[in-house]
Design a protein around this ligand. Structure first.
Ligand code: FAD
Ligand code: PHB
Length: 391
């Protein structure tokens, strides 16, 4: 089989890239190990930067988002006894949207289906070949076990943190950086109206807590836990008690309303960056090239920003044989990647408690600074609400 671009992975990066290429009349084939139902049900990120929303809207993916998503002006930052609102619109003129990754994934799935996009779900043994030539190929076994080979002008690895694309860049060429944090998040989804209008990021001596949401009726909450925490030791009552303590139930009359928990999982916290994001005819985008801890709400937005750069670069290559965009892709994308890597590390280390009492003093000093100095608050707001695509 031959196409113009083979995309490995039908997560947000892969499907959005196929959509952006499709808008330019460029043909692609997408391959994905999981089923469509599985990728659409995977509960992950929940916050979209304004520029992500603008981009989705500009390519016909904004209708349900604007209708069902919830625009937030900012966030609350708190520690025992104090809660402060940072208003991003006042600080930097930009807002963020609450709209789950599951919904982005469903909107993309429907749009690609309507456009007749070729997507092979439930494949196995995906392998990348000949990336140092201009006729790279991807082979895989389709869901019926048949061997398939697709040749193209470019292969894009949008296959997340565990896919094979990263490994197709030779060790002599690539450089990686990373950090494993000494804590994890216990994430829960609950069928209860959020107890807050905007997200609450809470520093507490027992550990960090975050109150997020998915809709008027569904709350998403997180607790800092040990990296090897066993979900089985976290009963629903224990989770709600700990959330109440860390989020300040009773503080100035604020109440956390508990409800039925429908999902619980432990998420490891990692930073990872790989350079370059292009090797020959292979390009990497999203979690395939970089991972951030979720405290800055950047993972999904970074994946969108990568493919927003890559789609016009591949279009120029394929339509005009103009290589300038693809040549600049890695360096341009990495500028934003490192900015978000720093911001996510900074938010993480400011808010998660460690056994070291010196850290706690520095964290509280930083929290006071970002909630009392408008210069500091604007720095946080500019990063959280998102720098323009192409920054
Ligand atoms: P992914 O969404 O990971 O998509 C990659 C796709 O490639 C997957 O569908 C995968 O099945 C497929 N794939 C893998 N290997 C192969 C192969 N060999 N062949 C074909 N296909 C393959 N961010 C937040 O802001 N908040 C959160 O709470 C949050 N929770 C997360 C929880 C988890 C468990 C993970 C992994 C990430 C979470 N993130 C969160 C980050 C955010 O969801 C990611 O940054 C975002 O999904 C990146 O999109 P992507 O398309 O690059 O990668
Ligand atoms: C979420 O709603 O899942 C969410 C929100 C903000 C974060 C991380 C996760 O920083």
């Amino acid at each position: 089989m031959r196409t113009e671009v083979v995309i490995i992975g039908a997560g947000p990066a892969g499907l959005l890239l196929s959509h952006l290429l499709g808008e330019e009349g460029i043909e692609s084939v997408v391959v994905e190990t999981r089923s469509r139902e599985y990728v659409e049900a995977r509960v992950r990120a929940g916050i979209l930067e304004g520029s992500t929303v603008d981009l989705l809207e500009s390519v016909g993916l904004g209708e349900r988002l604007r209708r069902e998503g919830d625009e937030h002006r900012g966030i609350y930052l708190q520690w025992p006894g104090e809660r402060h609102h940072l208003d991003f619109v006042d600080l930097v003129g930009r807002s963020v949207w609450v709209y789950g990754q599951t919904e982005v994934q469903k909107d993309l799935g429907r749009a690609r289906e309507a456009a007749g996009q070729e997507i092979h779900y439930e494949v196995s043994e995906t392998a990348v070949h000949d990336v140092e030539s201009d006729r790279p190929a991807v082979t895989f076994l389709d869901r019926d076990g048949r061997e398939v080979r697709v040749e193209a002008r470019a292969v894009v690895g949008c296959d997340g943190s565990f896919g094979p694309s990263r490994g197709a860049v030779p060790a002599t060429v690539k450089q990686t950086w990373g950090r494993d944090y000494p804590y994890a998040w216990l994430g829960v989804l609950a069928d209860v109206a959020p107890s807050t209008d905007e997200l609450i990021y809470a520093w507490h001596p027992n550990g960090f807590a975050l109150h997020s949401m998915r809709s008027e009726h569904v709350s998403r909450l997180y607790l800092q836990v040990e990296p090897d925490a066993d979900v089985g030791t976290w009963s629903d009552d224990r989770i709600w008690d700990e959330l109440a303590t860390r989020l300040g139930h009773g503080q100035d009359g604020w109440q956390l309303t508990p409800g039925p928990i429908t999902e619980k999982n432990v998420l490891p916290m990692r930073s990872f960056v790989m350079e370059p994001m292009r090797h020959g005819s292979l390009f990497l985008a999203g979690d395939a090239a970089h991972i951030v801890p979720p405290t800055g709400a950047k993972g999904l937005n970074l994946a969108v920003a990568d493919v927003a750069l890559l789609a016009p670069a591949l279009t120029a290559l394929l339509r005009k044989n103009d290589e300038r965009g693809v040549d600049a892709y890695s360096e341009t994308a990495l500028r934003r990647v490192w900015r978000c890597t720093h911001f996510s590390w900074w938010m993480t280390t400011m808010l998660h408690t460690s056994p070291d009492p010196f850290d706690a003093q520095l964290q509280q000093s930083q929290l006071r600074w970002v909630t009392s100095s408008s210069a500091a608050a604007r720095g946080l707001a500019e990063n959280y609400a998102g720098l323009p695509i192409g920054f």
